[in-house]
Design a protein around this ligand. Structure first.
Ligand SMILES: [Zn+2]
Length: 497
């Protein structure tokens, strides 16, 4: 049994954690923005060795005594300990993803462009070949590294004193079992809804019913190319700017927000946010492509950006940078889902058929939420499995049941989110659905045009991640966080057409 630490030692570790995260976020920014080819996590882990040592994690664990900040720091040290063991594999995976290419019909495609390429390919047979090439690359180059990392994590988790990875996260306060029950409930309650709405959605987007659609068609449907004219690339930033201005935020005037819009060959085409210093330096990286999916991603990342940029500097590092990520994801979803809100579409984009588009957006949300419900149920099995490779058919089974589309078996390792992040997304969707319902009730359906709504958001953003998603929602509306709220939100959008 480890000895508890003195307060002074805990404070020093907390300050070090703040630097550790800043360096990781900056490295991720440089690599994924295409400013640096390699992704060098090793030297960062070396500089913060103490936070990744087993003794530190065990001593912090012995010091928690019901204190939330200490528990967050303990969680961070455990993740540092596990991350340190697999940083080589993670670096290698990122390097391969950045450098691997494959040739389909004589065209050389970089690995990271395969998914975007799938979304943009009109020919179904070509899509099938691109997806097959993606599966082969994953199987051939990435899966052995992923498997090795998963086995190391499983082994080392036991040294942290937990029976398995799920058990470790339960001790960090993750409500995994309650959430898994809610997932089973949502999957059962929305089964018929998905079969009907999903079928209609795929027919209208790619001319294929739910019984004919294959995984290589899903990205194409998701892409929503027929709506491109309504979502041009050059209007993305102006629309974001005006939306934030209505809420009382001057995007270009924010000294602590950097917009990285430069073209670079190896820049990740997906927008992302790097909270390098919270709240002093938040970078929003994007490469505007246009189209509904690209708009959604930008608004999502802008939600993270504004949340971190408004976080109060007086909070502790644990409250600014650690804590419940369902909170920051909830804020990201709140802005993201404006782009599928019929009232926002009408006001901001003089959009024709906004209710039709909103219903399609709600159907996509239903797909993602059902997929994540299945992912959480899968991950709970994955992390307790004796032999991880035996889980491959189970991955296919659970995901197919939820989405009615068979996933690539090769993804059974790569489609796992570290740190039960799937559970954070699920709780974030619930938070978004319930916050939005509250905002509409209090400020009207055009709540996002009301300065008072903006004031409330800024006040809540200032709390950083000090409250959990459950506490935040209770503080605002007095409600309990419930996944079923997502189902209600989707039904409402679908009923409006
Ligand atoms: Zn996010």
């Amino acid at each position: 049994m480890a000895e508890p630490l003195q307060q002074g030692e805990i404070d020093a570790l907390s300050a070090d954690a703040d630097r550790f995260l800043a360096e990781l976020d900056e490295e991720a920014y440089l690599h994924f923005a295409g400013l640096k080819e390699t992704y060098d996590l090793g030297p960062i882990y070396e500089r913060h060795e103490r936070l990744t040592e087993l003794d530190t994690a065990l001593a912090l664990g012995a010091s928690v005594e019901g204190d939330r900040r200490r528990r967050e720091l303990w969680k961070f040290a455990c993740e540092g300990y596990l991350g340190n063991f697999v940083s080589e594999e993670a670096e290698r995976v990122a390097e391969l993803e950045a450098t691997l290419t494959t040739t389909v019909d004589g065209e050389e495609i970089p690995f990271r462009m395969l998914r975007p390429r799938l979304m943009n390919e009109e020919d179904r047979d070509v899509r099938e070949r691109i997806e097959a090439a993606r599966g082969d690359l994953t199987e051939e180059h990435l899966n052995s590294l992923e498997l090795q990392a998963a086995e190391v994590v499983q082994r080392e988790t036991r040294r942290l004193g937990a029976a398995d990875y799920a058990d470790l996260y339960r001790s960090f306060g993750f409500p995994l079992d309650d959430l898994a029950d809610q997932c089973r409930g949502l999957l059962a309650d929305t089964e018929g809804l998905w079969e009907e709405a999903g079928d209609r959605f795929f027919r209208s987007r790619v001319g294929l019913g739910l019984d004919e659609i294959a995984r290589w068609d899903v990205g194409r449907a998701w892409r929503g190319a027929e709506w491109d004219d309504a979502f041009p690339p050059d209007r993305m930033l102006p629309a974001l700017e005006v939306t934030l201005a209505d809420l009382g935020i001057d995007l270009y005037g924010q000294q602590n927000v950097e917009l990285d819009l430069d073209e670079r060959p190896s820049k990740d085409p997906r927008a992302f946010c790097s909270p390098i210093e919270v709240p002093e330096r938040i970078v929003l990286v994007m490469k505007p492509q246009g189209g509904p999916a690209d708009w959604r991603t930008l608004f999502h990342e802008a939600g993270h950006t504004e949340h971190f940029a408004h976080t109060s500097a007086s909070l502790s590092p644990e409250e600014r940078r650690l804590g419940d990520n369902a909170v920051t994801e909830g804020w990201a979803m709140l802005l993201e889902h404006l782009t599928i809100d019929p009232v926002w579409l009408e006001r901001r984009l003089d959009f024709s058929r906004p209710y039709e588009f909103a219903a399609e957006g709600a159907t996509e949300l239903l797909w993602v939420v059902r997929r994540y419900c299945a992912k959480l149920l899968y991950e709970l099995e994955f992390h307790t499995a004796e032999d991880i490779t035996a889980l491959r058919p189970r991955y296919v089974e659970l995901l197919t049941e939820a989405t009615k589309v068979e996933p690539a078996p090769a993804d059974y390792l790569g489609d796992i989110d570290d740190a039960f992040y799937a559970s954070q997304y699920l709780r974030a969707w619930a938070l978004e659905a319930q916050l939005r319902a509250y905002l509409r009730e209090r400020f009207g359906n055009a709540w996002f045009t009301r300065r008072e709504a903006g004031s409330l958001l800024r006040e809540l953003w200032a709390e950083g991640q000090k409250p959990t998603a459950d506490e935040l929602l209770y503080e605002v509306s007095g409600e309990k966080l419930e996944l079923a709220a997502v189902g209600d939100r989707i039904r409402e959008s679908l009923a409006a057409v």
